[in-house]
Design a protein. Structure first.
Length: 536
């Protein structure tokens, strides 16, 4: 099988690339996805994420290596294993990040930046606008005609307004739009949703392209390695439904397997740290020490509180009756509780008043989420999440074996930098301030785990954080973009030392953006598609 472009990974970036590149009828495009089709009611119905994440449905369900910063616990790393990738399983929150995030990417290294010329806020904003089809917001900062539908929730929970009122009483301002480049404040999140159904990258970019004769999509296709000839990528070796086959690429191989698997594919192909590759019997074709390095993620802590209302998600007889009724409503109207993304409201705040920018993000969830919804509790309640926006802790992604079908060794290095711990301690106190505000008085139930923890007990708060914190699903950085020779890809996302090979996904981010990473990943893929079609 031979194509012009072979794309490895049918997630957010891969779907964008497949859709955009196949717009040119003169090129042949192949998209390879290790998971299944996204044709599932659990994918289409936003509330289906509550089952897919904990139950490993269309989900890789990875675990980290034991984390010293989390008292030796293994963290959970759910990643979408289906067309659309994690955009088919996530909470659909549309966040671009701060303007300063991208300006720091673009700033020269000598000035404290990452040397990624061409990736400033003014550079990337037109791409965000091009990709977006916003139902409410428009020019000059939002697009109306892009493939990615962005909307307000159709049937928001009244508890979201309770959180906003409480946060305002606690001293935070309300904002209407988190995507202007300046995020500070609390409010309602917009979501990638249309007509009450999830708008994944697959639905936005891939589904409209499926009838094109120049696009081939293979599911249940795990890429084992990149085929290299004289340091040029000429195709990939794939396990497709148990049969190993070669798929040739006349122009480029594009790796879009995500921050946890793109570096794995590179290393299994002989591109990575030489000493580590030799440990697994892999010849180092390109000694690239930073492949798999710089792994970092938004570490998150949750306060759960009980409240009896069956308007909140939970486990009770009344809750089951309510949910059955809501499923019926969803089928009839595509409205109601099943259209919720759970994390309907939140915000970006400073944990210290002297900070220039917010360093914490809140997600208020209309249900008790404990251990990624894997630990269930009878009854109902709500959760307030707080994550460190710009973590200093760094980890790595390494091979478990030379076989790309084996899960990699994931080490985010959570809470190995003291400043991340101190940020979460401060944010714990801010969460308590909001949850204890007058607006929550009628709904203030018993707190899980930390009900007796005093807010002046920093040592106790730290212990609680180390016992329960974990990812909020935004790993990045393992194929770092940069202008320096040590970076894995250059600013056009071409892999250094190999021709005809790019990495296009969240792994190329030199540093995390301030917020949820799906919209930025789609932006990255849009820009890559433009560069490829322009011959750059």
């Amino acid at each position: 099988m031979q194509f012009d472009y072979v794309i490895v990974g049918g997630g957010s970036a891969g779907c964008v690339l497949a859709g955009r590149l196949s717009e040119d009828p003169a090129v042949r495009v192949c998209l390879l996805e290790a998971g299944q089709s996204d044709d599932s009611p659990l994918v289409r119905a936003p509330a289906g994420a509550a089952l897919m994440v904990p139950m490993k449905i269309r989900n890789w369900g990875f675990e980290t290596v034991p984390q010293p910063g989390l008292n030796g616990r293994r963290g959970y790393q759910p990643r979408g294993k289906t067309l659309g990738g994690s955009s088919s399983t996530n909470a659909m929150i549309y966040i671009r990040g701060r303007a300063s995030d991208y300006d720091t990417w673009a700033k020269p290294v000598a000035e404290g930046g990452h040397g990624c010329d061409g990736w400033s806020w003014q550079d990337v904003l037109p791409t965000f606008i091009k990709a977006e089809g916003n139902e409410r917001l428009g020019a000059p900062l939002h697009g109306k005609d892009g493939p990615l539908n962005v909307a307000d929730l159709r049937t928001p929970s009244r508890f979201g307004q309770v959180f906003i009122d409480a946060a305002k009483q606690a001293g935070f301002s309300e904002v209407d739009d988190f995507n202007t480049g300046d995020q500070e404040g609390v409010g309602r999140y917009q979501v990638t949703q249309k007509g009450g159904q999830r708008m994944s990258a697959a639905r936005a970019y891939l589904h409209p392209a499926l009838g094109r004769p120049n696009l081939t999509v293979l599911t249940a296709a795990t890429t084992l390695k990149i085929m290299l000839r004289e340091r040029r990528a000429v195709g990939v070796l794939v396990d497709h439904g148990g049969t190993v086959k070669e798929i040739a690429a006349a122009r480029e191989v594009i790796i879009s397997a995500g921050a946890l698997q793109s570096p794995q594919v590179l290393m299994c192909s002989g591109i990575g740290p030489k000493s580590h590759l030799l440990e697994h019997g892999i010849a180092a074709i390109v000694d690239a020490p930073e492949v798999g390095a710089n792994l970092h993620d938004h570490v998150d802590y949750i306060i759960n509180r009980r409240h009896a209302s069956t308007e909140l998600f939970g486990m009770s007889f009344g809750g089951i009756v309510n949910l059955i009724s809501e499923i019926g409503r969803y089928r009839r109207e595509q409205r109601g509780k099943v259209t919720s993304n759970f994390a309907e409201v939140g915000g970006f705040v400073k944990s210290r008043p002297d900070l220039a920018d917010p360093d914490v993000q809140f997600h208020f969830v209309i249900g008790m989420v404990d251990n990624h919804n894997r630990t269930r509790h009878l009854g109902h309640g709500y959760s307030l999440h707080s994550c460190v926006l710009n973590p200093r802790s760094r980890g790595s992604l390494r091979l478990n074996s030379a076989d790309a079908r084996d899960a990699p060794l994931i080490d985010p290095g959570f809470l190995t930098d003291r400043e991340d711990v101190d940020t979460l301690i401060r944010s714990f106190k801010l969460m308590r301030r909001i949850l204890n505000a007058p607006a929550f008085a009628p709904y203030r139930g018993r707190e899980l785990y930390t009900v007796a923890l005093r807010e002046d007990d920093d040592r106790g708060i730290e212990q609680a954080i180390r016992e329960r914190a974990d990812t909020i699903y935004h790993p990045v950085g393992t194929c770092r973009m940069g202008s320096d020779a040590g970076s894995v890809v250059d600013t056009r996302l071409k892999v250094r030392g190999v021709d005809g090979l790019r990495v296009v996904d969240a792994s190329i981010m030199p540093a995390l953006i301030s917020g949820n990473t799906n919209a930025p990943t789609i932006m990255i893929a849009e820009r890559a598609a433009e560069a490829i079609r322009a011959g750059n």
